[in-house]
Design a protein around this ligand. Structure first.
Ligand code: ADP
Ligand code: ASP
Ligand code: MG
Length: 439
């Protein structure tokens, strides 16, 4: 069985939902994971923000607008009044639930419930649409099988067992529709897998049912060799190793959520990125195969801070790095890049919540300097160290750009470079021109 996930833009309007319905009704049994309609989760975050700030009027304005939008989509989606009414009954319940929170105490717990409503609405809309068309489609609630444990990590054995029970309820169904993103936590409360987490849902579901393939459908023809939002003339990459995809996703290629890679890789299930707007395009296949001696793609991650600690005490000493890393660990701050010399070490972080405390603690061991508004550029491909010439090509592309750190050798799949955020566009464009000849 295949698992297909459609992102926010793919279900962004009644029109798009009809298109998805057409794509998935081919007689093959499948699980379909849906995001919320594009913009909805952001709107729900905004509503929550007003509720935290105890401004029910502000919240109500946005709730009303969102409700209007959904009314219009429901009117457009169905052919019969029966299905319009049936769907609106569910959506009306959702809006009532959200409105009730404008009268009550609002905490993190209520926010999670509000954020879950986007996926609840989109899945009900699509499942009802398919049923109206006579397709044997059923809605299986993610809240009944998707669960995280006490460390907020997904619980694979629970998911497998409960999902199987849900599927077994409808042995003849052709299409099982379910929500991405949402889950319950170890205490049974409604929670989520973080923003963009529908990809993760699809991957966890794929692993749970031993899927033959996990398809991530979005609004672009697969993973591109550079960020199409920044660089002109990018091309789709047809094949990626899981590790390459993970590096790209983590370092800014938004098309795939980084968490999505691990369950699929572990279960050895290929992930295919496909384009809803152009369903016959080949997209990108992500698997455990490597295409040898090839630079594949470039991605960039912004809002990076570089911290350097220099100390003559580090010379010929041991245990220095441990002391430095322990400081980061004590503030639950993860390090992305590390470069060392005999007298100093530079690290990059993206979470600056505890920057002041980290700097204060590091000063016990050496002289500390900080560079803010930096950007990691990540070049991905078969960069096994025996291959020659790759480093030169990358550095050549960046010959006019100041580079703060270079990291290579941590994996066979990437070189990371730290530059100023203001140089990002120039660097990406130049790498695109030099490495992929996308001139
Ligand atoms: P969805 O709602 O379907 O999950 P997202 O908005 O999360 O879609 O991600 C798709 C977007 O990611 C694309 O429209 C594209 O602009 C952007 N993107 C960023 N980097 C890349 C890349 N390297 N390749 C393809 N798309 C990328
Ligand atoms: N709807 C959620 C979000 O916008 C999850 C997702 O689309 O992946 O973050
Ligand atoms: Mg996404």
């Amino acid at each position: 069985m295949k698992v297909l996930k459609f992102g926010g833009t793919s279900v962004g309007s009644a029109q798009r939902m009809k298109h998805v319905a057409e794509l998935i009704t081919d007689g093959e049994k499948k699980i379909v994971v849906l995001s919320a309609m594009s913009g909805t989760t952001n709107t729900l975050v905004e509503i929550s923000d007003y509720l935290y700030k105890k401004n029910p009027e502000g919240a109500n304005d946005i709730i009303n607008k969102l409700e209007q939008k959904y009314k219009q989509q429901v009117a457009e989606l169905y052919a019969t009044e029966e299905y319009r009414q049936k769907t609106w009954d569910v959506l009306n319940g959702v809006f009532e639930l959200i409105r009730n929170y404008t009268k009550d105490l609002f905490t993190l717990f209520e926010e999670k419930v509000v954020l879950a409503q986007g996926e609840i609405m989109s899945t009900n809309m699509v499942a009802n649409y398919l049923q109206e068309k006579g397709v044997n489609a059923v809605l299986i609630p993610a809240l009944d099988f998707m669960r995280t444990d006490k460390n907020a990590e997904p619980d694979p054995s629970y998911i497998r067992e409960k999902l199987k029970m849900q599927l077994a309820k409808y042995p003849d169904a052709e299409i099982y529709i379910t929500q991405g993103f949402i889950c319950r936590n170890a205490y049974g409360e409604i929670d989520n897998l973080q923003r963009g987490g529908s990809d993760y849902s699809a991957s966890l579901i794929g692993a749970a049912v031993d899927a033959t393939e996990i398809q991530i459908w979005t609004d672009i023809d697969g993973m591109h060799d550079n960020d199409p939002r920044v660089v002109d003339k990018t091309s789709p990459v047809r094949q990626l190793h899981f590790e390459e995809a993970a590096e790209l996703a983590y370092f800014g290629a938004k098309i795939l959520h980084p968490t999505c890679v691990q369950p699929a890789k572990y279960a050895n299930i290929p992930v295919r990125l496909l384009n809803t707007m152009d369903p016959t395009a080949p997209g990108t296949l992500i698997s455990n195969d490597t295409e040898q001696v090839k630079i594949k793609a470039v991605a960039a991650k912004e809002n990076i801070t570089a911290i350097k600690i220099k100390s003559s005490r580090m010379l010929l000493a041991h245990g220095f790095l441990r002391k430095v890393f322990e400081i980061f660990e004590s503030y639950k701050t993860s390090i992305d890049m590390v470069c060392t010399s005999e007298v100093g070490v530079s690290m990059s972080i993206d979470n600056t919540k505890h920057l002041a405390e980290i700097i204060a603690d590091l000063k016990m061991y050496g002289t500390v300097t900080v560079d803010q508004d930096m950007c990691i550029i990540c070049v991905v491909g078969d960069l096994t160290w025996e291959n020659v010439g790759f480093e030169t090509r990358v550095m050549d592309a960046l010959k006019d750009i100041p580079v703060r750190m270079i990291s290579y050798g941590g994996s066979n799949y990437n070189i990371s470079l730290l530059i100023k955020e203001e140089d990002k566009k120039r660097a990406l464009q130049s790498l695109s021109d030099t490495l992929f000849n996308n001139k």
